[in-house]
Write a protein that binds this ligand. Structure first.
Ligand code: PEP
Length: 248
């Protein structure tokens, strides 16, 4: 059975003090045996997060694909690994739109993360313009084909996908669970074409975009939605716990 994976993404929020306060409240209660609970933290708070969490998996929000070198301001996989980070969010739409992330760099990052036995959480999703042009599925499938180019099926099953329609991120507009399911199902069908059905059936696909305690149950009831990537609502300990314990 696929794992249910619910991660918060704190983006550029979270001092060490804030992370400490948050985890002291949530970690013990984020003990849902049916859910892998996680939190994407800024680089500067990763050590604190890792030290204070037993149940909550700590993720970085980016990494460089090169091993080392003249890349001012970047962080390498070895640096994350040294801290004990196991999960890395890549290809988030904010990084694509504001910081030049491309399908090609997502692919290079995914390969480098997998080579280090870490888990890439691969984000994809369309703009409002693409959605209104009726091209969501072909656009997202193209992103997935490029992200997984050259990745073996043995490695593909170690990855997590986050389908995040850009128009739903931080806007309060959530895709209906049916619409999100249509795209997540299409992603799985595409993975079955790239690899095979057994491989596609093992890859967890999250939905992201204004997920909140009051809509998570409905989203999680969809057969191809295996989790959520949550920005805004994950900042509040009460909401984070309601999300990762949605089935209790
Ligand atoms: C995100 O940043 O991945 C996200 C889904 O944000 P929000 O939940 O705030 O829409």
């Amino acid at each position: 059975m696929r794992k249910k994976v619910i991660f918060g993404n704190w983006k550029m929020n979270g001092t060490n003090a804030a992370v400490e306060e948050f985890l002291s409240v949530v970690d013990a209660q984020a003990n849902n045996t049916e859910v892998v609970a996680g939190l994407g933290l800024p680089f500067t708070a990763l050590s604190t997060g890792l030290k204070l969490s037993k149940n909550v998996k700590i993720a970085a929000q980016n990494v460089h694909f090169e091993k080392n070198g003249a890349f001012t301001g970047e962080i390498s996989i070895e640096m994350l690994k040294e801290l004990g980070v196991e999960f890395v969010i890549i290809g988030h739409s904010e990084r694509r739109e504001m910081f030049g992330e491309t399908d090609n760099t997502v692919n290079l990052k995914a390969k480098a993360i997998l080579a280090a036995n870490m888990t890439p959480l691969v984000c994809c999703g369309e703009t409002l313009e693409t959605k209104e042009a009726g091209k969501t599925v072909s656009f997202v499938n193209n992103q997935i084909e490029k992200a997984y180019a050259g990745i073996s099926k043995e490695d593909a099953i170690k990855t997590i996908i986050a389908y995040e329609p850009i128009w739903a991120i931080g806007t309060g507009k959530t895709a209906t669970s049916q619409d999100a399911e249509v795209v997540c199902k299409a992603i799985r069908e595409n993975l079955a074409k790239i690899y095979d059905q057994a491989t596609a059936d093992q890859i967890s696909i999250q939905y992201g975009g204004s997920v909140k305690p009051d809509n998570i149950k409905e989203l999680m009831s969809m057969p191809n939605i295996d989790g959520a990537l949550v920005g805004g609502a994950s900042l509040l300990s009460k909401d984070y716990l309601a999300l990762v314990n949605y089935n209790k």
